[in-house]
Design a protein around this ligand. Structure first.
Ligand code: TXA
Ligand code: MG
Length: 360
């Protein structure tokens, strides 16, 4: 349980945030409090990464299982040495990656440094580190004067927040402060790349794509093979894999595949729901809206079929919105699993929790 607290919302400019606001938020972190802040991917819920009690507060506020570790956010490459133990090859790979994508939506996993409390890493020997590409996030870390542990600022299992109001919906009264810097640009969480193993492994696809990682690391990064629904009994390589995620409260079905047969199966499923007296929501592309919109009770359009940036940006907002429409079931149109599409499909498969519709 968390003790109720007043959640203060401070509006800040995303490009040139007010220093006074950042200093107040930094002071809250230094005092062991919880501050939600925008990043380029999604909103994070921050605490002082070196303060064990503060970090435990994150788990309590989110209702997050204690065995799911957090990402430590830094504002400079030098700070990595404060939280990660130097492992020659891993740090060397990070240096090459950081030159192109830090600050940016790339999280790397390295051996953990001794200063990081076990609560952050859920007892693992490794730590996840990232430098967010957002003036508010970077300003907050600098104002706090220490690394900031932050998961996405949603209640555990809910879609990640891409706007400050989503954070309020989930965490009002449970955290101290929200810095409202407007909508997050990218909309899906960072790529998680494990540099503590050889070859390096992507645990979570994101905006830095497999294709991009391979352009720098070549075969030193293994082909993408992320467990969408973890069914093993051994410890998963990345604890986040085993939890149902990104899910609206309403059951969600992912329609996978393209072409006429898939369209026919999608339409038939919507008509069948209607015959059964159930209200349907559809999350789809602009092209899909023309086909499926007339058969649905609520529609949210994420973008044109080949515009993965728009789709990623609008994905979680649409999942939350369709949830509010009080539909009985949400059908989601899939996209092609390449580039940023891999990150989109990874989140959608997990939101659907294994409920997949294909033409056959
Ligand atoms: O874009 C993002 O990464 C956002 C923003 C706020 O930075 N953060 C985010 O954090 O998505 P979270 O906690 O929702 O997801 C972190 C993921 C989880 O799946 C977790 O299991 C994995 O990273 N992770 C963290 N530390 C790990 C470790 N040492 N080994 C393997 N996986 C780890
Ligand atoms: Mg999360």
């Amino acid at each position: 349980m968390t003790t109720p607290r007043r959640t203060e919302v401070l509006t800040v400019s995303p490009d040139r945030p007010d220093q006074g606001a950042l200093h107040r938020a930094g002071a809250v972190l230094r005092a062991g409090g919880l501050v939600a802040f925008p990043t380029e991917t999604v909103y994070g819920l921050g605490a002082d990464a070196l303060d064990e009690a503060a970090v435990r507060g994150i788990f309590a506020a989110k209702g997050r299982p204690g065995d799911n570790p957090l990402i430590v956010h830094v504002a400079s490459e030098e700070e990595v040495a404060q939280v990660a133990a130097s492992d020659g090859a891993g740090v060397d790979m990070l240096r090459r990656l950081a030159r192109r994508w830090w600050p940016g939506p790339l999280t790397v996993i390295l051996p953990k440094g001794p200063e990081v409390p076990d609560a952050v890493t859920a007892g693992l020997a490794t730590v996840a580190v990232r430098m967010p590409d957002h003036p508010v996030a970077l300003g907050l870390i600098r104002a706090a004067g220490r690394p900031v542990a932050a998961p996405s600022a949603n209640r555990s299992g809910r879609p990640s927040p891409t706007e400050a109001r989503h954070v309020l919906q989930d965490l009002d009264g449970r955290i101290d402060m929200i810095l409202d810097g407007g909508p997050a640009t990218i909309g899906v969480e960072s790529t998680v790349l494990d540099l503590s193993v050889r070859p390096a492994v992507v645990h979570r696809p994101g905006a830095i794509t497999m294709e991009q990682l391979r352009s720098v690391l070549g075969d030193a990064v293994a082909p993408l093979q992320v467990a969408e629904k973890y069914e093993g009994t051994e410890a998963p390589p990345s604890p986040g894999i085993k939890y149902e995620h990104y899910a609206p409260r309403t059951p969600c079905v992912l329609v996978e595949g393209f072409g006429e047969e898939t369209t026919a199966a999608f339409l038939e499923a919507l008509r069948e729901e209607r015959r059964a007296g159930r209200r349907t929501g559809v999350l789809c592309t602009e092209e899909g809206a023309v086909l499926f919109g007339p058969e649905a009770d609520a529609v949210c359009v994420v973008g044109a079929r080949d515009d993965f940036r728009a789709i990623a940006h609008n994905l979680y907002r649409c999942l939350r919105r369709l949830d509010e429409e009080r539909t009985d079931i949400i059908y989601v149109e899939g996209v092609e699993s390449v580039g940023l599409g891999s990150a989109i499909m990874n989140r959608l498969r997990r939101a659907a929790g294994g409920r997949i519709l294909t033409a056959r």
